[in-house]
Design a binder for this molecule. Structure first.
Ligand code: ZN
Length: 90
């Protein structure tokens, strides 16, 4: 087995070949992607890449210009800002 494949991050799958032989194939690392902390919606503007590749990107490629864009979706941020403004003492 190749040195790079000796890891637990890749799933191993037994595959039956046409000549009735069976070998092990390796599935790619699956990435769930960043989700909103409040509603669980998949965040747009955040690339769906493994952490090893996200770390190589520039900051502007990882998030949008909106505040809390790497944690909250636009709807949740909007409602939270509204709540904060309405409950703040004048
Ligand atoms: Zn949300």
């Amino acid at each position: 087995m190749r040195r790079a494949l000796r890891t637990t991050t890749k799933k191993r799958v037994q595959v039956r070949l046409p000549g009735k032989r069976s070998t092990v194939h390796f599935k790619k690392e699956r990435v769930k992607g960043a989700h909103c902390l409040r509603c669980g919606q998949l965040l747009s503007g955040v690339p769906r890449l493994p952490p090893s590749k996200i770390s190589r990107l520039a900051l502007t490629e990882k998030k949008t210009e909106r505040p809390f864009s790497e944690q909250l979706c636009h709807n949740c941020l909007r409602t939270l800002i509204k709540q904060a403004v309405r409950t703040s003492p004048l």
